[in-house]
Design a protein around this ligand. Sequence first.
Ligand code: GDP
Ligand code: MG
Length: 689
Amino acid sequence: SPPPTTNGTANTIKSKSQDGINNSGEGRLQIVNEHQEFTQELSPYLDKWGLLDKGFAYDVVSVFGSQSTGKSTLLNRLFGTSFDVMDESRRQQTTKGIWMCPSSYGNTLVMDVEGTDGRERGEDQDFERKSALFSLASTEVLIVNLWEHQIGLYQGANMGLLKTVFEVNLGLFGGGGDSTKAKPQEKTLILFVIRDHVGATPMSNLTATLTQDMEKIWASLSKPPHLADATLTSYFDLSFAALPHKVLMPEKFESEVIELRKRFTDRSRSDYVFQPSYHKRIPADGVGFYMEGIWQQVLTNKDLDLPTQQELLAQFRCDELSAAVTETFLASSKIVRRPVEAGTVVEGLGSLMKDWLDTALGKFDRDASRYHAGVYQRKRLDLLSGLHASLSSLFLGQLKNLHKTETAKFSKDIIKGTKEVGYDFAKVVNEGKASARERFLNGAKEVKVDGTDWEYEHELASLDEDLKLIADRCRADETKKMVNSIERNVKRQLLEPVEVALSQPSPKMWDTVLQTYKDVSEDAEESYLSKAKSYHCSDEENDVALASLRARAWLSLRRKLEEQTSDATILATLRATFEERFRYDEAGVPRVWKPADDIEGAFTKAKDETLALLPLFSIVSPSTSSLLPTLPSPESSFDVESDPTPFDPSTAFVLLSPTKILSLETRFKREADAAYVEAKRSMVSSVAQ
Ligand code: GDP
Ligand code: MG
């Protein structure tokens, strides 16, 4: 049964929408109205009818025939549609225009044309021609509806109609090519439905007559030269059906209609009408745009150029589809933009991007590939490059963030590594570098989309550079630490022996001091070099570190010498030396002076021997000049301006000036004299006891 309409009596009550299109209920749509205006509602209706996303999996059938031959009645019975049928009792005219309604039996669009019967009324055949053009551009099966008694009446009105159909078809599908053969989708099935079939004349006779008539009409067409040899059968297949009188034999009529319906629904039948070769290959979601375009061209009376129409359709639909998938795509990618801009490395960003791309292209390919191949391919490239462009900022952002994260991690790794006992700096650095690089590369490869010219080599080179800078800075810090620790060692090994040597003055003391200095310095340098090996320091860095080490070692020595030759220290040293000689005997036993002792002689000897040692302190003078060290140049931190002494060859080895020696001599003598006096006194007192 036909689907119910909202107002129940669709043929009498009409709702009028703003564009002047009459649509009653949702069951059908007036796609062209009596003012020859095309509806804006077709796509929404196709959607409502559940056909919009069917691709090519839908069919179109339309009907032709004289006015009031029961066409609408037939369609409604055959497809369960709700087209207006002329009200018998009032002989009321149906609304002019082209109507569309979905079949209740399968994904089929049914078109019904309502026109004034121009031929019978002597009016112009303008609308008839226009609707023929329009229908043929999309119809697979054209039902030609006629009374049995019209057959053979070659001059009949319906034959004029068919002539129009043929002419129009040649214009549409004849093409400009040399081939007189139609392409598959340029073929249409004409299904003659013979109405009020009485049965007296055998069906075979009727079909033979109709076929002959068709051939005659075809022959009578004035064809363009390049189609002069084209045959009717290269553009049309003919098929036939007959139905009994609906009013006189209602039950028979009904059962025959049901039988006929099977030819539209049962694919397994050999006489199934919707053969693939009749399909006009307009994807369902493009039907709205396509039909409107066709109608506009029909209206402007231009030659209908179907290839151009199909290309326009393809451009329009591909753009629409592209915009739709791009919108979804951008919405998906939006969630990661903020974290990426905020500097976060988004885990699995590449596979996310790939998913979005696959989804977008998958949807686009599914829908757009049904359209003109060249246009589809071109639009696909546009779409792809647009999507890639929108992703490239994410790619670059991710690279930047990887770079930042990896340099930070590298710094941390080195610090952690150099805290471990017995670490090998070069190993720590190399391992840190290798894993930073590897993680960067993995991340970069993950986020690179196949088929793009995106590159990460640049960022990688910049990462390498930064890693090197960080390693260099760390190495400089580490070397400095090492030099400091070696310097502490130098002091430890140097200062005590020097102090010991200088506190027991002898002509050999400088040899001892300088030999110690030489040994300690050499040890220090060796120790530096052996440690520096693991840091992979450059020669230049080594030179700087060694120079610093030498300067510091020398300065330590020099400061120690200055300390040991300060007035107080030197006087103490002299005093100790003197006392050792004067107050102790050769066996180291304290002397107790007796009157017989030659105190004066002993005193003079001890004093002279001590004084003879004093000049030893005036200048660093080893027994062989080869022991004298080459002076290092001062460290940059050393203020040569205010105290050039330690690094100036003319002063570096000088410790006491002649004047200083004299003054020390005087002070020492005084102290020695005091010791003498005391010795004398102690002897007197011991004698007195
Ligand atoms: P259309 O103008 O071709 O669409 O014809 P309609 O479907 O509106 O029907 C026109 C008239 O023909 C109506 O009054 C119908 O009742 C009548 N009619 C419908 N089917 C048949 C049929 O099989 N035989 C006859 N004789 N009349 C029919
Ligand atoms: Mg009708």
